[in-house]
Design a protein. Structure first.
Length: 278
């Protein structure tokens, strides 16, 4: 012990003995190591299965949330476009959401979630962020039904924005086509002309974009040209729409002719019903 402590001559002997004893130590420790390995293997397998199931559940949840976030992002963009459109319009507006769409191929009508409780009235203009969509047809306290401009029974007075040429845009039953009847062959109308509301008739305020002229066909054998236009509004995609009031509220009635109650001094009296006039 003294020699080993002072000069460490037995270090090599201990190293050789450890090499000889190591297999015995390993053999003695083998059962314990085997049991520990088995326990860790089974526990790791179970833990991996649990982790896999938990991660799959989280993945499904995150995917569902991601889809919702994408829908919310798209809805946010649509609302921003609508709000930007309302600022451009400058009138009093109300955002409404589509509740249902009429599946009848011969009628283009939608149901909105706003009604008379929100001051919606029959004939109120309906627009989206891109152009005129139609007008309300029926109004109940909580909902309203609107007719789109492509409905065969709908017509809106329009004018060519370039030169003020007036016409009427009539629905054709196709979501991407309007017809402009009774335009003379000599009229100054071209493909690409922007059609806006003329304000005539008292329903639609002037200046709202409606459609773009797509075809102008002139047949010398007919007195009128065949003119078609494409609506600017997203009739088959818009989910949120704007109900428009022109300032002041109720100005849509100001364009209607006033009934004559009394003749002005020096003016001829208005004929009554049934009275013959020269």
């Amino acid at each position: 012990m003294t020699v080993d402590h002072r000069q460490q001559h037995l270090e090599s002997l201990r190293a050789g003995l450890s090499v000889v004893v190591y297999p015995i130590q390993s053999l003695i420790d083998l059962p314990g190591q085997t049991g520990k390995w088995l326990r860790e293997s089974f526990a790791t397998r179970r833990q991996l299965q649990e982790d896999n199931a938990r991660l799959q559940a989280q993945h499904l949840l995150l995917q569902a949330r991601l889809q919702k976030f994408e829908a919310l992002e798209t809805e946010n963009l649509r609302l921003r476009e609508l709000l930007d459109s309302s600022f451009k319009v400058g009138d009093r507006v109300l955002i409404a959401e589509l509740m249902a769409v009429d599946l009848d191929p011969y009628r283009h009508q939608v149901v909105l979630n706003k009604g008379s409780r929100q001051d919606v009235f029959v004939g109120q203009p309906l627009v989206d962020a891109y152009g005129v969509m139609g007008q309300t047809l029926h109004v109940t306290p909580f909902t309203s039904t609107a007719m789109l401009i492509t409905d065969p029974a709908h017509a809106v007075p329009v004018q060519v924005n370039r030169n003020g040429l007036r016409s009427i845009a009539v629905g054709t039953g196709a979501l991407q086509e309007l017809s402009l009847p009774y335009i003379p062959n000599s009229a100054d109308i071209r493909v690409g002309d922007l059609l806006v509301t003329s304000g005539l008739g008292g329903r639609f305020p002037a200046g709202y974009p409606v459609a773009v002229v797509t075809t102008v066909t002139i047949d010398p054998g007919h007195a009128f040209a065949a003119v078609s236009a494409r609506p600017l509004s997203h009739l088959d995609r818009s989910r949120e729409v704007l109900l428009v009031w022109t300032p002041p509220t109720g100005a849509h009635t100001e364009l209607l002719p006033e009934p004559v109650t009394a003749a002005e001094p020096g003016a001829p009296a208005a004929p009554s019903v049934g009275e013959e006039t020269e």
